[in-house]
Design a protein around this ligand. Sequence first.
Ligand code: G3P
Length: 218
Amino acid sequence: MELFLDTANMDEIRQGARLGVVRGVTTNPSLAAKEGIGKFEAYKSAVQEIAEMIDGPISVEVISSDVEGMITEGRDIVNWIPNPWVKLPSTIAGIEAMAVLTKDNIKVNQTLCFSVNQALLGAQAGATVVSPFVGRLDDVGHDGMQLVEDIASIFQRYNVKTKVMAASIRNSLHCVAAAKAGADISTVPFSVLMQMIKHPLTDAGQTRFLQDWQQASS
Ligand code: G3P
């Protein structure tokens, strides 16, 4: 399972890139707004800055809600950076725009996916990747990870090429569960990436190794 960073924060992306484990980045309007990015040109230059740090797909979400607007935006976004995935919502307009853009070989991340049916439709429309939102389903009392598992197993059974990206990941246990559920990718906040690395026994063990070595060599 590959790891993507789910953020529009440049420092986090820079640190993630240095670790050498981040294969892509996902952004959305809320994540951009959180960083004070509220204008089209600012979003575009932020995405271009991200693409200079990460050698992988960068998901850029459209902000139109109608089909024509989504198509126009998608065709523009692909000229911003070398490896864009246009993020389109799992709405009627989103699916229609998806079918048009993917016919032009534009890569699409189907976002805001909350059901197997939405994922099946996105796959038919040629989505490169579908993003089931785990945490938000859990928030309303549904089993978000079960959705990841259902989509992954159905896609495997029918040899569907669309990849499954577990999104709305809230903690490091979600990453383990996503890997077990068969997700191809998990897109995680920077804090979760840090949680994945840290273990108190590793820290204690490392301190002890260095202390023992110091004692032996003094
Ligand atoms: O990748 C989708 C993600 O940004 C949504 O996460 O935590 O806002 O549900 P969250």
